[in-house]
Design a protein around this ligand. Structure first.
Ligand code: ZN
Length: 121
């Protein structure tokens, strides 16, 4: 499923609050391209019949210079709830976030003006 605008905005808000000067850990490039969908990292099992393996929903951020791919937890960002369902705009409006994105010094969680984040969506 392609992410909706409010979900993309939530990712940008999360990054602005948590990693305002995001850069590639390999080459230090500051331009990262965010995936427009949620991917899943699946737990390993040596049996195809094993249905009790974990999944980790992630947003991929790809360095536009060296192609390193960085994964960010979609649950920590608040795109996916801890029960594995999609967070909705209504969840946001009701303030029922399961993971707080509050940052000391920015208690209202607003995206600060003059972002240092140079990220492509
Ligand atoms: Zn890089």
């Amino acid at each position: 499923m392609i992410l909706k605008d409010y979900q993309k905005n939530k990712i940008m808000q999360f990054l602005s609050n948590k990693i305002p000067k995001v850069k590639c850990p390999v080459c230090s490039n500051t331009k990262l391209s965010l995936s427009e969908e949620v991917f899943t990292c699946v737990g390993f099992s040596n049996s195809l019949a094993d249905r009790d393996i974990g999944e980790l929903p992630v947003i991929a951020a790809t360095c536009t210079h060296c192609a390193y791919v960085l994964f960010l937890s979609a649950i920590m960002i608040g795109i996916i709830k801890t029960d594995g369902t999609w967070a909705t705009e209504d969840d946001e409006a009701e303030g029922s976030q399961q993971v707080s994105n509050d940052v000391p010094g920015n208690p209202d969680g607003n995206v600060p003006d003059g972002r240092a984040l140079d990220t492509i969506v």
